[in-house]
Design a protein around this ligand. Structure first.
Ligand SMILES: Cc1cc2nc3c(=O)[nH]c(=O)nc-3n(C[C@H](O)[C@H](O)[C@H](O)COP(=O)(O)OP(=O)(O)OC[C@H]3O[C@@H](n4cnc5c(N)ncnc54)[C@H](O)[C@@H]3O)c2cc1C
Length: 400
């Protein structure tokens, strides 16, 4: 007989949120009674949208260097789940190793979600359309309340509610209100892996909407290489999305032709005898807008004065201070979350035993490339293993 309070079943574990972290913790739990509650009608909507529908599940170059957050905490989480172990969980699904060491599902991301759901349904109950709005603890038992007035009781709780980016997919900042209600410190969520809006001085970026360039962005002691894409709101593309993870305020320096310098530029222009806009490695539209932004004309390179050449050299180190980000609606992830110094190595709250956090709601965020799903899975595995060993220790004590 499962323990009950009055007529309410006490679950070994209730998982709040059926995304990557919630479902992965469910399939790794070896408990008798596990419930997942999910506010959406469908579980795992972000998994479906991931990787443009192809689910970039992990990265062959998995490293703590690709994350923002406490390095010790993140590396102890990543150590629990290697890339090969993760891929093997999804067998027989196949993944292809592509550009930037990214692993994509050869089928649609729907196949990844179906695999997780079919494994989770074997071991636990999933309740959709169930949004939890309050969690409290009395004695050893947690009480969860849904917005519809349902009550659930559990010995352990896993908060896997993600962050508030892409609200259309069911995202929420519930994790922070649950954590804060228990006195657990959190870092406010902020949009990350997101495009950047520009100030008036860079409104010329907007005239380049649709143009992309290979750039190197420098900020906060990091250099990030990749494509930048100019848009009608500012600047986006993989290099900028990654830069947004580390940007809080202040300037970003863009090298718009990272494999060149003023000498190679002159050489490429036939010893300076050609017009600047004829450079083969920069889109003509970019060169013309850049020149306009610097109040310069397009002309034969050797005709520029030293002062004008100084301005042209800004192609290699263009400094700009973004006005902000495109916001949560466009952000692939939310940086911030539950502070990692509040959590043990198994993601259990140091203050509230039995309260665990997994996935994006933890203040540890990855760059583009499969790092966020990998962290969601690895943190979920840590939590599941910790609860398994706690429950088996209890059973041994009971029967031993
Ligand atoms: C468009 C898009 C594409 C992406 N592509 C990739 C990619 O290819 N590779 C990669 O690594 N990362 C990618 N990411 C990021 C990645 O999807 C997330 O970091 C990851 O899914 C986080 O998993 P999670 O389980 O922590 O949170 P989520 O996936 O957000 O799951 C949280 C779940 O909790 C539910 N929930 C929230 N509040 C409550 C509540 N109060 N009660 C009950 N349920 C609640 C939500 O409805 C949701 O289902 C992408 C993100 C987006 C938006």
């Amino acid at each position: 007989m499962r323990p009950k309070i009055g007529e309410i079943l006490i679950y070994d574990a209730v998982i709040v949120g059926a995304g990557a972290a919630g479902l992965f913790s469910a399939i790794n739990l070896r408990a008798k009674s596990v419930l997942i509650v999910e506010k959406n009608a469908l579980a795992g909507r972000k998994i479906l949208a991931s990787g443009g529908g192809r689910c970039n599940i992990t990265n062959a170059n998995l490293s703590v260097k690709n994350y923002l957050g406490d390095e010790n905490f993140i590396s102890q989480i990543l150590r629990r789940l290697s890339v090969d172990e993760l891929l093997s969980v999804f067998a027989p699904l196949e993944f292809s190793l592509e550009k930037n060491a990214q692993y994509f599902c050869k089928n649609h991301s729907r196949a990844v979600l179906q695999k997780l759901l079919s494994m989770a349904q074997k071991t636990c109950e999933i309740r959709t359309n169930c949004e939890i709005c309050e969690i409290s603890k009395s004695g050893e038992i947690f009480n969860l309340f849904s917005i519809k007035g349902e009550k659930f009781c559990a010995k352990n709780i896993i908060i896997a509610t993600g962050g508030p980016s892409f609200r259309a997919l069911g995202a929420s900042d519930s994790a922070l209100s649950f954590a804060e209600s228990f006195g657990i410190k959190c870092e406010k969520f902020r949009p990350a892996l997101v495009g950047l809006c520009v100030q008036k001085s860079e409104f010329w970026f907007k005239n380049l909407s649709g143009v992309s360039l290979g750039v190197r962005a420098k900020l906060a002691g990091r250099e990030i290489a990749g494509e930048a894409l100019f848009t009608h709101r500012g600047i986006s593309g993989p290099a900028i999305l990654n830069a947004s993870l580390f940007w809080r305020s202040g300037k970003i320096t863009l090298n718009c032709a990272p494999n060149h310098n003023m000498q190679s530029l002159e050489k490429t222009l036939n010893g300076g005898k050609k017009q600047l806009s004829s450079l083969p490695f920069l889109p003509k539209r970019f060169v013309l807008e850049f020149l306009r932004s610097q109040n310069l004309q397009d002309k034969i390179f050797s005709k520029y004065s030293p002062a004008e050449l100084e301005k042209i050299a800004r192609i290699f180190s263009y400094e700009f201070a973004p006005a902000g980000t495109f916001g949560f609606e466009k952000a692939e992830i939310s940086a911030g979350g539950v502070c990692t110094d509040e959590l043990g190595a198994d993601c259990e709250s140091r203050k509230i035993p039995g309260l665990y956090f997994a996935g994006e709601c933890i203040d540890a965020s990855g760059m583009l490339g499969g790092y966020n799903l990998h962290f969601a899975f690895a943190s979920a595995l840590c939590v599941a293993r910790a609860i398994n060993s706690k429950l088996s220790a209890r059973n041994l004590a009971k029967f031993g």
